[in-house]
Design a protein around this ligand. Structure first.
Ligand SMILES: [Ca+2]
Length: 463
């Protein structure tokens, strides 16, 4: 059914009303609760879909959901205290807890009795985790009824469609589809790579050959997946592979949509489309997710769609940990009290403008950032450096305003606010250190071993 005919169908029938009630309140005795299908891209950037504004990538299947959904343009994972940003991201997502608290959950200090899969299971859902095991805490992955990891180039969609065929008639479905795409090596069958000519891929707006200073992670694995300097050719080639992998992933999701239609469940499904973390692909000379730029590590796509969810978008500041309580609200499932994320349902339904005034992100002990949506401050304690960007007028963070006298007061106030949010979140990392190290960095500093490692990682990552 097309987007338009579906909308008019929902808008004009009593069936729509019962579906909306089931979706919003979950008390319809006869109505089946909505299924929840969560499609999580691995390293999917906030501009990684055609429907989110990307002029190059083809994503018709996901677009068909996004184009009728509600998009959070400013959604983030809170951060990471390790280079593998994926793991804390998914831990926050599946517990609804903030970075420093979710870390404790994952280590088993406090058994997570209220995880996303367990809460959905207790509410009567049949639950499936399909995708990459290693990216989520094992104790949480184990709480799904079924977990399948088909491996690199494995058929995640087949696991999901099989689950739909077997379980759809028995119970509402909670499907967490978290495959390997488009994480490097940006897997796709060859026919997908042929769809993207690197020569025709536009370079990022803030492309640079090098990052202008040492952000503390200049030689982390992700940054070693292309040589220095970054060149237009190498970055375009990487982007082409990235887009090919996304298009392949999109076609796999198309099989899942078809299986839901075949089971008569498509109309009664809440979809969440998101990424676990962002990714720099040549912006500021960076390649990884170990930074706090907007086109960098923490900014992710986030879209909700389904019965009762209007079409629209917002700049309200959101975290991935908000998804769990939001889905509880949308599906009529009780929201556990230990969850720290905020339900976004009020924003989606137009009852609230936002759920927080400030959003903070953290990366290891070398980077902290804070934004109110317009102004963004990034602090690098280890090199005693601060950046200030006006995201409204400079969305690609090209112009650092921190040293301008007219912004001195703003920088002080935002630094104070950042410290306040750190305390609220039990973040122990100081914003100033006794002996800051030099901020200068150059690829000339790479050792022969590091250069060799870079050659190998470039090859391994498909670069
Ligand atoms: Ca990831």
């Amino acid at each position: 059914m097309s987007t338009i005919s579906r909308r008019s169908f929902l808008g004009s029938s009593s069936f729509a009303l019962s579906m909306a009630l089931a979706g919003v309140r979950g008390h319809g005795a006869a109505a089946r609760p909505p299924n929840v299908v969560f499609l999580l891209g691995d390293d999917l950037r906030p501009d990684g879909l055609a429907s989110l504004g990307n002029p190059v990538v083809h994503t018709p299947n996901i677009d068909s959901v996004v184009e009728r959904g509600y998009c959070f343009r400013r959604a983030y994972t809170m951060g990471s205290m390790v280079g593998a940003v994926c793991l804390p991201s998914r831990t926050m997502l599946l517990t609804g807890r903030s970075l420093f608290h979710a870390q404790n959950e994952a280590s088993g200090v406090d058994p997570a009795s209220y995880t996303f899969p367990k809460v959905m299971k207790n509410a009567g859902y049949a639950t499936l985790h399909a995708g990459k095991f290693g990216n989520s805490p094992k104790n949480i992955t184990a709480e799904f009824d079924e977990t399948v990891d088909p491996g690199q180039a494995g058929d995640v969609a087949a696991s999901v469609t099989d689950f739909i065929v077997r379980r759809a008639s028995q119970a509402p479905l909670f499907i967490y589809m978290a495959g390997r795409e488009p994480h490097d090596p940006q897997y796709a069958p060859d026919s997908y790579y042929a769809q993207y000519d690197p020569a025709k891929i536009p370079l990022p707006a803030s492309f640079a050959p090098y990052h202008p200073f040492d952000n503390g992670e200049m030689t982390v694995r992700d940054e070693m997946t292309l040589p220095f300097p970054r060149t237009p050719e190498t970055v375009r080639a990487k982007l082409a592979r990235y887009y090919a992998s996304i298009t392949y992933w999109d076609s796999e999701f198309g099989r899942v949509l078809q299986a839901l239609r075949d089971a008569g469940q498509y109309e009664n499904t809440i979809f969440i489309i998101a990424g676990d973390n962002g990714l720099s692909l040549g912006e500021h000379g960076l390649l990884g997710k170990q930074n706090l730029y907007e086109f960098g590590g923490m900014h992710v796509p986030l879209v909700f769609a389904g019965p009762g969810i209007p079409h629209g978008e917002t700049n309200a500041l959101a975290y991935l940990m908000d998804i769990f309580p939001t889905v509880c609200d949308l599906a009529g499932v009780p929201n556990p009290s230990k969850v720290e994320g905020e339900s976004l349902a009020g924003v989606i339904h137009g009852r609230k403008r936002d759920v927080r005034d400030w959003l903070y992100t953290a990366y290891r002990d070398g980077q902290r950032a804070i934004t109110d949506g317009r102004w963004k401050l990034i602090r690098y304690p280890l090199i005693d450096k601060t950046q200030l960007f006006d995201l409204r007028n400079d969305p690609h963070e090209a112009y650092d305003l921190a040293s301008l006298p007219k912004h001195a007061k703003r920088v002080r106030a935002m630094m104070e606010k950042l410290g306040e949010l750190q305390r609220q979140n039990d973040d122990p990392v100081p914003l100033n250190v006794a002996a800051p190290r030099p901020a200068d960095w150059s690829p000339d500093l790479l050792t022969p071993e590091q250069l060799q490692y870079q050659v190998e990682e470039t090859k391994r990552s498909g670069g």
